[in-house]
Design a protein around this ligand. Sequence first.
Ligand code: COI
Length: 353
Amino acid sequence: MEIRFEKRAVLKEKPDFEHLGFGKYFTDYMFVMNYDDHHWHDARIIPYAPIHMDPASMVLHYAQETFEGLKAYKTSQGEILLFRPEMNARRMMNSNQRLCMPLIPEKDFVEAIEALVRIEKDWIPSKKGTSLYIRPFMFASEAGVGVHASESYQFVIIASPSASYYKNGLEPVKIYVEDEYVRAVIGGTGNVKCGGNYASSIIAQSKAKKLGYDQVLWLDGIERKYVEEVGTMNVMFVIDGSVYTAPLTGSILPGVTRDSILHILKDQHIEVKEEKLDIDFLMEAAQEGRLSEAFGCGTAALITPIGELLYKDQNVIINDHKIGQITHLLYDTLSSIQWGEAEDIYGWTRRVK
Ligand code: COI
């Protein structure tokens, strides 16, 4: 793919890498490519700037939009690593298929990310726990208010030097189990990464915040009984020594971190139960002291321990609000591969040269 580069006259001032937060600062450049007349064209890396769009752009009315999230890590030797970017490419194409949006060859998707990351290498923080968060997204840009698949799209990649998603890093978060609103049903868009899923989840997130909780745990949309995922991450529970997580039956997001963790658990000979987990069974296990650990996992969140659950009027504390042994092992194993501190026996990292 040919990528045109438009240099900016003056580079931005970089933020203090010791106090990055998550997704607050954006780099000097962005990748942009347009789709018209059934083909992608004009791939370019240009100065980061507002996007001009027609007020009738279809994304603004009917939410034809998909996105991804991945990270570039800087090792102590100064090498740049991407983590399984081809998984993001495949997931985005799966999302695009569901939303009747055009596909991008996996090779071009990864090449575009690598080209941007190469230019922005000085924006990648190197302290463990920090990285360059990369956000590819695509949206319908055709002007029109009739409901149909747009004929025009833009594919954009922006990047943000970031620290952990939750401000207290590995400190356990408090989760509110949502029993009024639902996130997804099988056949809907729960297993694709589109903005609409997040828009409809914000109301529950605000409710959780008001109650003093960090995030929402979603139950299935039909019986409101089976545990699905947390607002910004997949979720796993350690009960009687086995790790439980929801199966990929169509209503939860197939997380890249989730998949990586399942490989690591298998290699550690820790039993995984990828099956429907009844919320009553979970709360009972917690009350009987059999729920020893719980954690969320996602690209932004990496591995985030869960220290407390609130479901209806039952509140349970998990592992005394402390990070558990399996959670710790997973964090150490995964993060040391991502930051290039351990041998990558899985072949997950991709060096950007
Ligand atoms: C990610 O983990 O990369 C995500 O896209 C979640 C997002 C809501 C921060």
